[in-house]
Design a protein around this ligand. Structure first.
Ligand code: CTP
Length: 400
């Protein structure tokens, strides 16, 4: 074909097979030539025609005709940068671990000379069965790259470990394996997420409303675009992405230390955290007892993290957020100038299902020298990618 790097995508018969066409489309969009091999069980979940349409290549299925092309299993991975089995069922892992070769996909993988990745995806009880765990260990010992399944809600409604990682993440692994760089490859990105908590006494604190979902989405999106990501987060309810370095903090002062000690080594800082502006002036080490009188809580200001890094910004890109209910553009621009940011995402917290704890967000992106970019309400991973599309333009050329 056209010189594009080749990836073999093996699809086996798990529920997550329905994500395979979207994954194949992302790989193709990333400039890769995608050759799909499906098992018979996979065909019951997703039509080969769908995969043919998105890849532009004939799909090799279990009905492959050995008479026509007896060496297909040897040729499929020839010249491929990597092979990825996603989803990989318990049955397929067992066959792979024991060298079974009873269909085109198992024989293809046995004959593979390229790096092989498997993304197991199944119900948590199946995943935790000792037989499955043992098979995964066997594969890892043999140098197969096992992509850990994520924790979350299964198609059957059960919650636990066993979900297929995001297709964006899987695509980014294949892009890396093929040596195709995302637009944040080689960049170090610091992201903050969630609230900070400021102790009143041993049992009580004041905090801000924040689930950490927007910061988690930004960290995941930056990772998928090739960045080396550090996520500094307060106590969050959001599921945090795999494949990023996590630093857990509680107070604004701890977050300030975590950010400033890493800032000089980063290319971009994204402050999505809802930092508490004030903290109790005299936190009590023990628990304050109920007395006859209502206690008065004296507060003092917390340090402003963006203001602190503004002084040592240099060529680093700084992205901040602002929660506003009115005069979005004017207030956003003022805040951006005051804290020396390159990009600010103004969050309309007046909307109904937008912002706090929602899976959706509605922001207007403001940046130096550009017209405001209002985004439609969208899921947080999509919003994260639009923000990064703008932020990457402010990165200086990488040092050779
Ligand atoms: N921020 C920070 N340190 C603080 C408080 C906020 O770095 N102590 C960051 C936030 O992470 C966010 C931006 O600054 O990126 C928001 O600025 P802020 O002025 O706190 O915005 P609002 O909370 O919208 O402020 P105000 O209540 O004054 O409107």
């Amino acid at each position: 074909m056209n010189g594009a790097k080749k990836i073999v995508l093996g699809v086996t018969g798990g529920v997550a097979a329905y994500k395979a066409p979207e994954l194949a489309r992302l790989l193709k969009k990333g400039g890769l030539d995608v050759q799909v091999v499906m098992t018979r069980a996979a065909e019951r979940f997703v039509a080969p025609l769908a995969l043919r349409c998105v890849t532009g290549n004939a799909v090799l299925t279990a009905d492959w005709d050995a008479q026509t092309d007896p060496y297909d299993h040897l040729f499929v991975t020839r010249g491929a940068s990597a092979a990825l089995i996603a989803p990989a069922t318990a049955n397929f892992l067992a066959k792979m671990a024991h060298g079974a070769a009873d269909d085109l996909l198992t024989t293809t993988i046995l004959a593979a000379r390229c790096p092989v990745y498997v993304a197991p995806s199944m119900n948590p009880a199946m995943l935790n069965n000792p037989a499955v765990r043992e098979n995964i260990r066997i594969l890892e010992k043999r140098g197969i790259n096992v992509v850990p399944p994520e924790v979350g809600e299964m198609a059957d409604g059960e919650f636990g470990e066993g979900r297929l990682p995001s297709i964006e993440y899987l695509a980014s692994l294949m892009m890396k394996a093929a040596g195709v760089a995302g637009d944040l490859a080689g960049r170090r990105v610091l992201v903050t997420a969630g609230p900070t908590v400021e102790p009143i006494d041993a049992a009580r604190f004041i905090s801000n409303r924040s689930s950490g979902k927007m910061g988690a989405a930004l960290a995941g999106a930056a990772r998928d675009r090739g960045a080396d990501v550090t996520l500094i987060h307060g106590p969050v309810t959001a599921r945090l992405p795999e494949g990023v370095r996590r630093v857990s903090v509680r107070t604004a002062v701890e977050m300030l230390d975590a950010v400033t000690s890493r800032f000089s080594d980063c290319d971009m800082l994204i402050m999505a955290a809802a930092v508490a502006d004030f903290r109790p002036a005299r936190p009590s080490a023990g628990k304050i007892k109920k007395g006859d009188q209502s206690p008065t809580l004296a507060l003092e200001p917390n340090p402003d993290i963006l203001e602190a890094v503004a002084k040592i910004k240099g060529g680093r890109v700084v992205v901040g957020f602002a929660a506003e209910t009115e005069n979005l553009i004017k207030n956003g621009r003022d805040k951006m100038a005051a804290k020396n940011m390159d990009v600010i995402c103004v969050n309309d917290v007046g909307g109904e299902d937008s912002g706090f704890d929602s899976d959706y967000n509605e922001v207007t992106i403001l940046c130096r020298g550009e017209e405001p970019l209002p985004l439609r309400r969208a899921d947080k991973p999509s919003v994260a990618n639009r923000i990064l599309d703008v932020a990457v333009k402010f990165l200086s050329a990488p040092v050779a």
